[in-house]
Design a protein around this ligand. Structure first.
Ligand SMILES: [Cu+2]
Length: 604
């Protein structure tokens, strides 16, 4: 799209823009910085009123706000968040699990989107079920070589992710640039940043709240689990059409996060005077928290659902009003009517001394591009969507039709097993006529090819919008972290309908050749509820090793343990009837060679 054609669209909206210029200044979310290497915060998740786009909604919010607080820390530091789930009990808690369909809306957890951290225990563990009325202490340790950039957090409990994100549950994580001129150009370090979290709320206009999901018992409800709901316009930091003010010549870093449920955000910068094609100078420098090799300029940039894009924006030397247009594109990338405008006010004294653009960007990944000779394995992954032919007679077909590698999500099935330290090349085929933003947890990847055409240079991403009927090649370097994690479509309705696969990253040190553990260790699984006894299944291939089975509380303190010989005993029962309500870990350890951990949440 040319600048001229964008401007034609803008000229027609000048009247409303005049009104918009009286809008409020964009508010930055509250920030929590690391102190002595640790970010410490509490997220209280509760139902609260919130006014957005002139409407007061009743919503599920972190600390009564949306977006939640911004966490700022450096590589090697610790993010320590106490999540208090104060939502009411799930009305369907004791109902039969209907699989991949929105349900148990008040159960939650916390995903640190894009961070290269452990997916296990109290880290970025999206298999956790934090029940209403319970608290959970997260400890998310950043490795010492973590990339500096823009990341975010949101709930990721399967079947409630979509409903919770459209309630406003999201916040920003900034991994700060390294304060070393050899790593980061001092000009970049001198630049202040602003955060733009794009989100929207869904609600029922009769109640001004998101209804509790309806089970998919008919074709009419199969694709509308929340009933007839309305979307607010796309908001930025919870605000509609705000303004940002900066000084002539000032350079700012604008970190944009697409926290919508299935919208793609198309941003462009322009001056709002008819016939004047001056744009606010802007250069994209990073996406998904990973710097580009070189800054890039374009008339507009699309930020897919779940993705981030960072710009360096230079205020013109001449005071005046400009706009940033925020155009919403739906899940098929079709532009929606009524774009939003963020007014950019350039006012005040010119910035002195003159600010300069960095001449180079930090290296995104310490280890550089993924080379051919590093690859240790390859696989092909197919995204597909069924035809729903039997929807009228069987509405549950929805929960089996959004597949990755022909498999809808099943928390009892590990779809992919690999070892930490592996370097893999994946061919990703989108065999459907829908777009799907592919996202994998705890590990970014480098896209090298689309439909046989190389990306030059290759692109680091953690969300890649898969075009319809297309084939991509990507490479990942799996880091030292191990444990179970997921990859999925980041259109959140697709995700809750099962377009997600489970990946088990085995510890690098494992020497076990046998089939990996594909069944849960502890059961019932998930081990959540009013439970007096936890049973532990020991796979046959561990026979001949002495195993230590131990239960720990959230603080890591040992509660009980026993040592067994699996050749004599294949199932162990642990009496938990006297333990108080809370979250516990079960560890199965054979001396450091193979270790498995499951989460147990006891309700009393
Ligand atoms: Cu999808």
């Amino acid at each position: 799209m040319s600048v001229r054609s964008i401007l034609v669209g803008v000229v027609f909206t000048l009247t409303s823009l005049t009104v918009l210029s009286a809008q409020e200044e964009l508010v930055q979310p509250e920030e929590v910085h690391a102190v002595d290497g640790v970010v410490t915060d509490t997220l209280t998740l509760a139902i609260s009123p919130i006014t957005v786009a002139g409407k007061t909604l009743t919503s599920r919010l972190y600390n009564g706000t949306s977006p939640g607080p911004t966490y700022r820390l450096h590589r090697g530091e610790l993010l320590r968040v106490l999540l208090k789930n104060q939502l009411p009990p799930n009305p369907d808690q004791d109902s039969a699990d209907q699989g991949n369909f929105p349900q148990r809306l008040n159960t939650t957890n916390l995903h640190t989107h894009g961070l290269n951290v452990s997916p296990s225990d109290s880290s970025d563990n999206v298999l956790l079920e934090i029940l209403p009325g319970t608290d959970f202490q997260f400890h998310i340790q950043l490795p010492t070589d973590h990339a500096a950039g823009t990341y975010w957090y949101h709930p990721h409990h399967h079947t409630s992710t979509y409903g919770q994100v459209v309630s406003g549950l999201a916040g920003t994580i900034i991994v700060e640039d390294v304060n070393d001129p050899l790593v980061t150009d001092p000009a970049l370090l001198a630049i202040e940043d602003r955060i733009f979290v794009f989100s929207l709320f869904q609600y029922d206009t009769a109640t001004n709240t998101l209804p509790y999901p309806v089970r998919n018992t008919s074709a009419a409800t199969a694709f509308s689990p929340y009933g007839t709901v309305t979307d607010t316009p796309v908001l930025v930091n919870g605000m509609l059409n705000p303004k940002v003010t900066f000084r002539p010549g000032e350079i700012q870093r604008w970190r944009m996060i697409n926290a919508t449920y299935e919208m793609n955000i198309d941003v462009s910068f322009m001056k709002i005077v008819e016939g004047d094609t001056t744009q606010v100078a802007h250069q994209a420098i990073a996406n998904d928290g990973l710097y580009f090799n070189a800054m890039r300029t374009s008339s507009h940039e699309i930020i897919p659902t779940g993705a981030r894009l960072d710009f360096l924006v230079t205020a013109p030397s001449e005071p005046g009003e400009y706009v940033m247009q925020v155009l919403t594109r739906d899940r098929q990338l079709v532009a929606q009517p009524d774009p939003q405008f963020i007014t950019i006010v350039v006012a005040g004294d010119p910035i002195v001394p003159t600010m300069s653009m960095p001449t180079r960007l930090p290296i995104p990944m310490a280890q550089g591009d993924i080379r051919d000779d590093e690859i240790t394995g390859s696989r092909t992954i197919v995204f597909n969507v069924g035809d729903f032919a039997n929807l009228a007679t069987d509405p549950t077909v929805v929960s089996r039709s959004f597949t990755i590698d022909n498999a809808p999500f099943d928390h009892n099935v590990v779809n992919i097993t690999l070892q930490s330290g592996a370097v893999e090349e994946w061919t990703i085929i989108n065999n459907s006529t829908d777009f799907h933003p592919f996202h994998i947890h705890v590990n970014e990847f480098q896209a090298i090819e689309k439909n046989g055409v190389k990306f030059d240079p290759p692109i680091w991403w953690d969300v890649m919008l898969l075009d319809t009927m297309s084939t991509y090649k990507i490479r990942h370097r799996f880091g030292p972290a191990s444990g179970k994690t997921v990859m999925h479509c980041h259109y959140l309705p697709h995700e809750d309908w099962g377009m997600m696969n489970l990946i088990d990253i085995l510890p690098k040190s494992t020497s076990i050749d046998e089939a990996p553990w594909t069944t849960p260790v502890a059961f019932p699984n998930p081990v959540v509820g009013r439970i007096d006894q936890v049973n532990v299944n020991i796979p046959e291939f561990l026979s001949g090793r002495t195993l230590n089975i131990s239960l720990h509380n959230v603080e890591g303190n040992l509660v009980t343990s026993q040592t067994i010989d699996p050749s004599l005993k294949r199932q162990v029962s642990i009496d938990v009837s006297t333990l108080p309500a809370g979250t516990y870990y079960l560890l199965v350890n054979d001396g450091g060679v193979y270790r498995e951990s499951d989460m147990i949440v006891l309700v009393r």
